[in-house]
Write a protein that binds this ligand. Structure first.
Ligand code: FAD
Ligand code: SF4
Length: 579
């Protein structure tokens, strides 16, 4: 079989691979500077305002399975086109390793259905090694990223409150929504044990920021993607506006195989497989920016071997794929008797929590390093199919006046009474924390397996250490303290060492970062402080790959800020003719 590779004659200033948080921000900043840009995206075009894409405000019976059980990870109406497994795009794991990889193949990537929790890293988060001797410091500090966090806040919009907490820096906030009943109970319980509960920080518009985007009308469905663009996603808020204003060509269904290079080892463009005709195409550019997500960008670099880059592009250090790390995570639930049998009213809000707990023990010596924040959920959401599942089983946790648990199960009148009683009375909490990046947690190319486009796939090697296990134990102790102090009955059992203290598997929190980390030393890092490859001056990475450590914060606000910083650097370097 002969393979015909079609090469475009046009040369772009910049090719950006991937249109998620990192790629989307780069497309906006670079095109607004007058550069010609190609955004090469493996997934489909997507716009939640289009009737054929909209799942927001749909009734359960409008779903493909009319509301019956689904195999989709976050429900039938979740906006993700992708998931833990994508047909024809496998990945493998080393023996004894666990790692699950969530991918979305669509314009905007995973920002279409993410939680919109938009936290800045704090000053301590860039210099953790200085404090506990573990991992590495970033080559930059908070003061280097602050101006870009400020710009991201103002451009995209984030609500929150000024708290003056040193390592939880305040930003330019829109007004936050008020706490709901279950959130007031959480605050009351946490106050008793001196755990802070403050308004959450989510990139959802509670006030207008421009004429293109509407304001949140509290439907609680951000994971379905918002038809009035009141929640941030990269496709609707960055790439599409960039296409309207600047010279941006969007290539969809284009799966990048590798970055092409010349004899000097410089990037010359990319080659991709079109999912539409399975043919290979080449595009040329002066600069290549990878924003395909931390692991996928590492995969592209490792698959881009040449005479000058025999171990993969930008990988003379052997560090590409290394130091992969995800947030830690553990969860617990309770029922609050005071919220049982309560009046019904509309308690929907923004598509996420209205309050959260930032890490509060920086000053304490604990038996594990770093920390975690707590996300909260509960209350009365708009009922949908599957709602109330297992409510009858809650009876066993609620004792009668003689101290006996109520019998479980039931049909008809009994079941209706259970639902009336328990609906809206549950609360839950999730710790999301910082793990320590390890050299031995990594992804590499699996030479035995290719995807359906013929591209070699990734193999993951990952194990948690004692640090993360002890952190999960601490999370569960805290959850019990908060739940007990707010007057809740604990649901389920506290997990012990036999099940890793309830710590989720690596990858499950979907905050994977660190695979192309930045640093001053080309022997121990892949990129410099501007996310420019040490080995290839016109190659940049703008997703979570450059992270040296991940903080206890969700990563996307930092991906956006760093991508903006890198894009400004590219503009300056092009002007100076350095690249
Ligand atoms: C359910 C869920 C909830 C989350 N909640 C939060 C949260 O509340 N706060 C937070 O900070 N983070 C959250 N995250 C994580 C957040 O979504 C990611 O950090 C963020 O989207 C990463 O941005 P990115 O640009 O690196 O990659 P992505 O958003 O994954 O985008 C990468 C893009 O590249 C494309 N691509 C991949 N490979 C190729 C290729 N070979 N060729 C061409 N294109 C390619 C993909 O199709 C995709 O569009 C959540 C994620 C999920 C799934
Ligand atoms: S909660 Fe608000 S921002 Fe989210 S989808 Fe509904 S209206 Fe849009």
């Amino acid at each position: 079989m002969s393979i015909h590779i079609q090469t475009s004659t046009e040369e772009y200033d910049v090719i950006i691979v991937g249109s998620g948080a990192g790629g989307g921000m780069a497309s906006k900043v670079l095109s607004e500077a007058g550069l010609t840009v190609a955004v090469v995206e493996a997934g489909a075009d997507f716009d939640p305002a289009k009737e054929e894409h909209r799942t927001q405000l749909r009734y359960p019976w409008e779903s493909p399975r009319r509301g019956a059980g689904t195999v989709r990870p976050f429900g039938d109406f979740d906006a993700a086109i992708g998931g833990w497994d994508i047909e024809g795009e496998p990945y493998t794991r080393g023996s004894g390793s666990e790692f699950d990889w969530f991918r979305s193949r669509m314009l905007g990537g995973r920002t279409n259905h993410w939680g919109r929790i938009s936290l800045r890293f704090g000053p301590l988060d860039f210099k953790r090694k200085e404090l506990d001797g573990l991992g590495d410091n970033w080559p930059i500090g908070y003061e280097d990223v602050k101006p870009y966090y400020d710009k991201v806040d103002k451009l995209i919009g984030v609500f929150g409150s000024k708290e003056g907490i040193n390592n939880e820096p305040d930003g330019f906030f829109l007004p936050p929504p008020k706490p709901r009943l279950h959130e007031l109970y959480i605050k009351r319980g946490a106050d008793k044990i001196n755990i802070p509960v403050i308004p959450s920080r989510l990139s959802i518009l509670t006030r207008p920021v421009n004429d293109e985007r509407g304001v949140c009308f509290f439907c609680s469905q951000c994971n379905r993607a918002c038809q009035v663009y009141a929640d941030f996603s990269s496709g609707t808020c960055l790439v599409k506006p960039a296409m309207k204003k600047g010279k941006v060509d969007l290539y969809t269904f284009a799966m990048v195989r590798q970055v092409t290079t010349n004899d000097r080892g410089e990037a010359t463009g990319v080659s991709y497989i079109s999912k539409l005709d399975m043919q290979e195409y080449k595009l040329k550019s002066r600069v290549v920016v990878l924003g395909a997500s931390a692991c996928e960008s590492a995969r592209i670099m490792l698959n881009s071997k040449s005479k000058t880059h025999p171990q993969g592009l930008g990988n003379s250090s052997g560090i590409v794929g290394r130091y992969l790390h995800d947030s830690t995570g553990a969860d617990r639930m309770g029922i609050l008797p005071e919220m049982m049998d309560r009046d019904r009213y509309n308690e929907d809000g923004v598509g996420g929590m209205h309050v959260y707990t930032p890490w509060w023990l920086n000053e304490k010596n604990l038996d594990f390093a770093r920390g975690y924040h707590i996300e909260y959920w509960g209350g009365m959401g708009m009922p949908s199919y599957g709602f109330g599942g297992g409510m009858d089983t809650m009876r066993k946790y609620v004792k009668d006046e003689f101290g006996n648990p109520g019998p479980s199960g039931g049909y008809g009148e009994g079941l209706k009474n259970d639902i009336r009683k328990f609906y809206g009375s549950t609360v839950g909490m999730s710790g999301r924390g910082e793990s320590i990046p390890q050299y031995d947690n990594y992804c590499e190319i699996d030479n035995q397996v290719v995807d359906k486009y013929g591209i070699p796939v990734l193999k993951f090697h990952y194990k948690w250490t004692d640090q993360e296990l002890k952190q999960a134990k601490h999370m569960h102790d805290t959850f019990e303290e908060i739940l007990t102090n707010m007057g809740a009955i604990l649901l389920g059992n506290k997990p012990g060492p036999e099940n890793q203290y309830g710590l989720h598997k690596p990858g499950r929190i979907i905050h994977e970062v660190g695979t192309t980390r930045m640093g001053d030393d080309p022997n121990t890092s892949v990129l410099n402080q501007y996310s420019q490859a040490h080995d290839c001056k016109n190659l940049f990475v703008v997703d979570g790959g450059p992270f040296v450590s991940q903080a206890d914060k969700n990563p996307t606000w930092t991906i956006l800020a760093l991508s903006w910083r890198t894009s400004e650097y590219i503009i300056e370097e092009l002007k100076k003719k350095n690249i």
